[in-house]
Design a protein around this ligand. Structure first.
Ligand code: SPV
Ligand code: MN
Length: 632
């Protein structure tokens, strides 16, 4: 495309052209001109992050019916259609240049074919619509972590959501050098009816990692369309691979320990498995709830939040369990609710919110009344299970002061957790970095949830809770984690948590609030203030330590029976899990680090030995030896 300036001059008004050309980078001009040529928008709006432009986006989202105002004037609701309520994993593909392969676990197609398909779908997609162009910065601005990102979309809801979720980047782009590496996002909702994408059967996300560009079409659900979230994460994982840092599906938060000290922790949980609630634990402070970049800076693992807001699952958010979120959602801080029920008074309701919901209103199915059925005769719930809220972090009373620190925070610990009904104990520490990477991160499994399309409750391989977003061969991703630790002088400790352990009746063995105790225990471990019990799979807390933490932080009596049941080593289940994990990696032809098999085999031998001595189900009391310190 040689005549990109003439495309821009003929498509943009003087004011928009001036805003665009204030950014000197010509690759930005070319990308926008190419998108205009492809999508043929009726008009183009360039957002310069001024109050006026940002407000224009919000108002246009409302004027076009993509959002509807609620009773609180700074709140709106957005609906995605019946068929567009979650990330579409099956239609999210990597475009792979000839001769390249991403291994057996990732969905990929030939780059040329994929580009042709994406461009065909996007061709003329904005003919009667306005194109919005926005500039953002992933991570704090002007920091080693910063990644500039351009978003083009025809959805004012997407542009508005990103305003709450990401750091504005227009001024940052004005200072960019010509050779800066930029992530490029092009999205169109496609054909709309009542502001909902109707061409969902032709929806898709195509990731062209060769050009750092992601195309998203015929969808509106944020996980498929908000380019800066999971679409950019996939590009960031590739860049991190080249530059030897980590891009992770992790929260970052601080546990507040004795004497007002803070221990920063990052944690990876598959979507819908307690990640946001862990990052918001009472008494702690939050840096971010979903995405982290982690770099080795002077020998320490330093982490930043990629975002500045939360796109959180609203189901089960209640005044009792989530007081901080509840307070913000009932305040005048800006918020977008999606796929909730809205009463005729403009009040949003959602599943399990602790209130009595009205028996009619408007939800993702249109006008809704109790007992309404879908075409298959299934009852439509009042709100979708994956209904969400979008807010900025600055309105939260527990936001950590380091949110915008360009140097990030030093991690004392990294935790991984999944929905595991019957295998792992509620919390354990790995013996060392390698053991943690292999037996906790790389071995994570979790039952599926409503955050992705398809059935829920099915146990899935979920290494590092990042499986949906990994964009390099899995074995290489694991090797990067092993290497990252090797070069750290101060390694974070690695923990596995499981909030979803059940008894034989199917009841959860822990209360929702118990996770606070696990985090406080981590703080004590990181500072070498409590000992631990060595089991075949890791280091677990001693009963006395937990019982005093339960008393101190939750004012709860924690019985020995509870401890024995929760921390029992379930040898048959653990051995079966090892078999499943090994078979996943056996299929990864050639690229799995050899160390992985060794470390898993050592774990198996420890389990077999313990079984011969103590039997299938081992009480923690049988395992006498305690250790003060392990990793570092
Ligand atoms: C998740 O599903 O992990 C989310 C929401 O954080 S999204 O990825 O945007 O769908
Ligand atoms: Mn997520």
């Amino acid at each position: 495309m040689n005549n990109y300036m003439s495309i821009l001059e003929s498509s943009l008004t003087d004011a928009n052209l001036r805003k665009l050309l204030t950014i000197p980078n010509q690759s930005v001009h070319r990308f926008i001109a190419d998108a205009i040529e492809l999508c043929s928008p009726m008009k183009v709006f360039v957002c310069d992050d001024s109050r006026m432009d940002v407000e224009y986006i919000r108002r246009t989202a409302i004027a076009r019916g993509e959002e509807t105002p609620l009773a609180i004037p700074t709140h709106t609701v957005h609906f995605d259609g019946l068929h567009d309520q979650a990330r579409d994993r099956e239609q999210t593909v990597y475009l792979v240049p000839k001769g390249d392969s991403l291994g057996e676990h990732l969905l990929q197609m030939d780059r040329e074919e994929g580009l042709e398909l994406a461009r065909k779908r996007l061709k003329g997609s904005m003919e009667n619509k306005k194109m919005v162009v926005r500039f953002f910065c992933l991570g704090p601005r002007d920091s080693v972590f910063s990644i500039p990102c351009v978003q083009i979309t025809d959805s004012f809801y997407v542009a508005h959501s990103e305003d709450l979720l990401y750091r504005r980047g227009y001024d940052f782009f004005r200072r960019l050098t010509e050779d800066a590496e930029i992530f490029w996002m092009l999205h169109s909702s496609g054909k709309l009816m009542h502001s909902v994408s109707i061409d969902w059967q032709r929806r898709g996300v195509a990731i062209d990692y060769k050009e750092n560009t992601v195309y998203s079409y015929n969808t509106q659900y944020a996980g498929n369309t908000i380019g800066l979230k999971k679409l950019a994460l996939r590009l960031a994982i590739r860049r991190a691979d080249r530059e030897r840092w980590l891009a992770e599906h992790m929260f970052v938060m601080a546990v507040h320990g004795p004497n007002r000290r803070k221990t920063y922790i990052s944690g990876a949980f598959p979507s819908g498995s307690g990640k946001t609630s862990t990052s918001m634990i009472p008494g702690g402070s939050i840096v971010g709830d979903d995405l982290a970049y982690i770099r080795n800076i002077n020998g320490a693992a330093k982490a930043v939040n990629v975002e500045r807001g939360i796109f959180g699952i609203i189901r089960s958010v209640s005044a009792k369990d989530d007081p901080v979120i509840w307070e913000v959602l009932n305040s005048h801080e800006p918020a977008i609710f999606s796929n909730v029920l809205v009463s005729y008074e403009g009040i949003p309701y959602w599943l399990n919110d602790g209130r009595t919901a009205p028996n009619r209103g408007v939800n993702f199915s249109g006008d809704w009344f109790e007992g309404k059925k879908d075409v298959n005769g299934e009852e439509i719930p009042l709100a979708h299970k994956n209904a969400r809220y979008t807010i900025g972090l600055e309105g939260l009373s527990n936001v950590d002061k380091t949110l915008e620190d360009p140097n990030g925070v030093e991690l004392g610990a990294i935790i991984y957790g999944g929905r595991d009904p019957d295998t792992c104990v509620p919390i354990q520490e790995s013996f060392d970095w390698i053991h943690g990477v292999v037996t906790i991160g790389a071995s994570l499994e979790s039952e599926s949830t409503a955050a992705t399309l398809g059935p829920s409750g099915i146990r899935k391989f979920q290494p590092f809770s990042n499986m949906d977003f990994i964009s390099i061969p899995l074995g290489r991703y694991i090797q990067n984690h092993l290497d990252f630790g090797e070069f750290l002088q101060r390694k974070p400790r690695i923990y596995g948590v499981n909030y979803f352990l059940r008894d034989t009746e199917g009841d959860f063995l822990n209360g929702k609030e118990d996770k606070r105790v696990w985090l406080q225990w981590i703080d004590l471990r990181v500072h070498n203030e409590v000992e631990a019990i060595k089991t075949p799979t890791g280091l677990i807390p001693r009963y006395d330590d937990l019982s005093s933490l339960f008393r101190e932080y939750l004012d709860k009596e924690y019985t020995r029976e509870q401890y024995d049941q929760q921390f029992m080593v379930r040898v048959p289940e653990l051995l079966a899990k090892l078999d499943r994990i090994e078979s996943e990696y056996r299929d990864c032809v050639g690229d799995t680090p050899a160390l992985l098999a060794t470390v898993l085999e050592e774990q198996r031998q420890r389990l077999i030995q313990a079984k011969s001595k103590f039997g299938d189900y081992i009480s923690p009391n049988s395992l006498q030896a305690t250790v003060q310190d392990s990793s570092t």
